[in-house]
Design a protein around this ligand. Structure first.
Ligand code: HEC
Ligand code: HEC
Ligand code: HEC
Ligand code: HEC
Ligand code: HEC
Ligand code: HEC
Ligand code: HEC
Length: 211
């Protein structure tokens, strides 16, 4: 019995290896999906796939170098310290396919989130994004935006540069005399005077033109 089992398992192994080898040498049959067009033009199957070994990180490093950090755009500077390319990259997702995924758990923990991510809070909530955010989504479960009646917008929002320009307030109030009749005390901090809470571009002022 034991001998038969042994022979059987050897047979299974042989078929598996044989099948894999056949696949490797008949390229069309083995192709799992189109390469990204940049790689289709620059690499052959064998540049990345080594017989028996498959794809390794060193295959990528034949062509990609990240030693000269100052020449890299900020979003990819972290590559200087990365070697495990295949943890975040793959291939065969189509000519225009996305072959880069971020695995934050591999990053050097000294990297600060805001080195790579834009801070929509303009620094008002401090630099430690981790206090409130995880790494899979920016949404915070249970967060409900305060209602417009709370009027404390400036606690969490900073006005853009445009609002500090000389004459900004005056111009808007002149343009919208009917909305701010005789008022000259509007301060920019009072975002709620002009804005609603779900879209900064949707202003409260009724546009005279067309109405
Ligand atoms: C730019 C590098 C690159 C080139 C060129 C490339 N591949 Fe791949 N291939 C990969 C990567 C990366 C994977 C995913 C391997 C992994 O996750 O371990 C992969 C996976 C595969 C797989 C799935 C089995 C496996 O090893 O995981 C097959 C089959 C395959 N490639 C065949 C081909 C063929 C055929 C060609 C030529 C048309 C080709 N590849 C060209 C990088 C490449
Ligand atoms: C034969 C050379 C060669 C090999 C090997 C190679 N690449 Fe590329 N790769 C290129 C070229 C050329 C480009 C396009 C120009 C550029 O961005 O540098 C490119 C682009 C990329 C891009 C940017 C996406 C795009 O299409 O603009 C990523 C990501 C990438 N390669 C990852 C990898 C990974 C991961 C491996 C190893 C599995 C690998 N490459 C192997 C030559 C190669
Ligand atoms: C921790 C995850 C991670 C690791 C590890 C990693 N990469 Fe990347 N890589 C990314 C992400 C995400 C992007 C896309 C960044 C972007 O476009 O802002 C990227 C972009 C790239 C690009 C495109 C650069 C450009 O100019 O647009 C290349 C080439 C690349 N990686 C190759 C590699 C190689 C080679 C390795 C291994 C030495 C590697 N990566 C390791 C996540 C990683
Ligand atoms: C080395 C650059 C880098 C660092 C550092 C970094 N990230 Fe990312 N992060 C990325 C890239 C690239 C993506 C994928 C592309 C994207 O959606 O912006 C991503 C995606 C995310 C996403 C998912 C976004 C979405 O909508 O799917 C969250 C959430 C996130 N990061 C949070 C963080 C937090 C929190 C930190 C600090 C602990 C951090 N990241 C540090 C580069 C980085
Ligand atoms: C004091 C808590 C807090 C801190 C610290 C914080 N955030 Fe947020 N952030 C929030 C809340 C609350 C939301 C809204 C979440 C929601 O709608 O589910 C948010 C939303 C976001 C969004 C989504 C924005 C949008 O318009 O959809 C991004 C991106 C983001 N934060 C990035 C960052 C970054 C980058 C940092 C660090 C520099 C950071 N946050 C620090 C509380 C915080
Ligand atoms: C307790 C903090 C807090 C207060 C108070 C607050 N907000 Fe927000 N608001 C947030 C957070 C967090 C987000 C999501 C991140 C971002 O886009 O800045 C947000 C998003 C927004 C957005 C963008 C929505 C989008 O997706 O485009 C607008 C517009 C907005 N708030 C207006 C207001 C106005 C007007 C007030 C005052 C009536 C106000 N907020 C008060 C925290 C607050
Ligand atoms: C007197 C009216 C007024 C007040 C007060 C005001 N805004 Fe605005 N805001 C505007 C107008 C008008 C625009 C559109 C013109 C522009 O972009 O300069 C605008 C545009 C914006 C935009 C840009 C929208 C985009 O997508 O480009 C943001 C963000 C914004 N306001 C935030 C704020 C915040 C935060 C406050 C409070 C701290 C505030 N505003 C107070 C009138 C006002």
């Amino acid at each position: 019995m034991a001998l038969i089992k042994k022979i059987l398992s050897w047979l299974v192994l042989l078929i598996a290896v044989g099948g894999a080898t056949a696949l490797f040498y008949s390229e069309e049959a083995a192709k799992p999906g189109h390469l990204r067009e940049t790689h289709e033009q620059s690499a052959t199957c064998k540049t990345c796939h080594q017989p028996w070994k498959g794809v390794s990180d060193s295959a990528c490093r034949q062509c990609h170098f990240f030693d000269n950090v100052s020449q890299l755009r900020p979003g990819i500077r972290f590559h200087e310290a990365e070697h495990l390319c295949l943890e975040c990259h793959t291939e065969h997702r189509g000519r225009k396919g996305q072959i880069s995924d971020m695995d934050h758990t591999l990053l050097n923990p000294d990297l600060i989130c805001s080195q790579c991510h834009f801070d929509p809070h303009s620094g008002l909530f401090g630099p430690d994004c981790r206090e409130c955010h995880g790494i899979t989504t920016w949404n915070i479960e249970g967060f409900q935006h305060p209602s417009k009646e709370r009027r404390q917008c400036q606690r969490c929002h900073k006005a853009p540069q445009s609002h500090q320009a000389a004459g900004f307030k005056k111009r808007i109030m002149q343009m919208h005399e009917k909305v701010f009749p005789g008022e000259d005390a509007i301060i920019i901090k009072d975002c709620w005077r002009c804005h609603i809470t779900h879209d900064w571009r949707h202003l409260l002022m009724v546009h005279e033109a067309g109405t």
